[in-house]
Design a protein around this ligand. Sequence first.
Ligand code: PMP
Length: 397
Amino acid sequence: MFGQLEHLPADPILGLIEAYKKDTNPNKIDLGVGVYRDAAGHTPIMHAVKEAEALLLTRETTKSYIGSHGDPDYARAILPLVFGAASPLLNSQRISLTQAPGGTGALRLAADFIKRCAPEKTVWISDPTWPNHFSIMQAAGVQYAKYRYVDSQANQLDFAAMLEDLRAIPEGDIVLLHACCHNPTGFDLNAEQWQQIADLLQERQLLPLIDFAYQGFGDGLEEDAFAVRLLAEQLPEVMITASCSKNFGLYRERIGSFIATAPTASAQAALASQLALVARANYSNPPAHGSAIVSTILHSSELSHLWHEEVNAMRLRINGLRQALVEGLAPHGLSERFACIAEQKGMFSYSGLKPEQVAQLQKEFGIYMVSTGRMNIAGYHEHNLPYLCKAIAAVCQ
Ligand code: PMP
């Protein structure tokens, strides 16, 4: 059987990593991979995480299974972060949380749950999106389709087109929304636009599946939860997939959550029972180390304070890099053309560079980004910024 297998092409981003590694250009810059990097080009372990791990080493007493829904202490720590510490939902018995292996694992739980409980529904996904959204739905056998999100000519959010497409979706279908820091574009909705989305979802009885992978990377931990909280407050049912990969820097620990709000406590209990089954059939129990770290941090006021400072520092650094790039392009007469970079949110930017310009950046300057022109803002730093600006200017001639 193995001799007949088709050899699949590498994931485009993994292919970029390989090409980057082989490049001997001493000035090369990797703007491809979606991880945060500090000024030294490292993806550091946060101090709050290190301190929590030191505590865990002395406190942990077992490595036994934690159960299909995960650690209840972790759930108690995460829910106020997602819904707000004062949210009446917290004591409503309407929320169910199933700990998952990363945001990806949470999305897979969502997809398997949809396939199991509502196989006739289609999941509507922004075009463009994080490509794994499609792969996950496909792997779970869930039908999906796209709604428009970006005006690629003008390289900006096309909210009118988004609304038009969402209005045409059959009642009862599911809409996958990026809560903040839209990947890959960096174009987010404002408060007024989110309210329009909430009204539309209500009117058309559409169920949101909100991907919340970058809380704290846009405008702040509380601010970035705006859409999640608005939709959870105004709609009877929402699904949320949250990830601690980015904001706790716990990428490889695989820690995330599938969260759903149900209209009643008994509906919530039924939903939780379905999710336990979906999780069991998938991987049985989630890994425990990441959730123990997150819960140790969030249940300690001291570590929580330290973590808040560290997330803020990452966010401010990213926003500073956005600003610096636009300013660095100004002497080349390009600040207006790339002004959107300073306005976009999160780690990614749809730069508006065309595939041939991206290819030229790679070939002539050793600068690597996805062919769509998506760049990881945390991939460059203060020292190589002038080189990056010069290279962009050269391919924009
Ligand atoms: N959703 C989006 C939009 C993402 O960009 C990512 C990470 N690249 C994820 C979900 C999942 O992240 P993880 O599984 O690493 O938590």
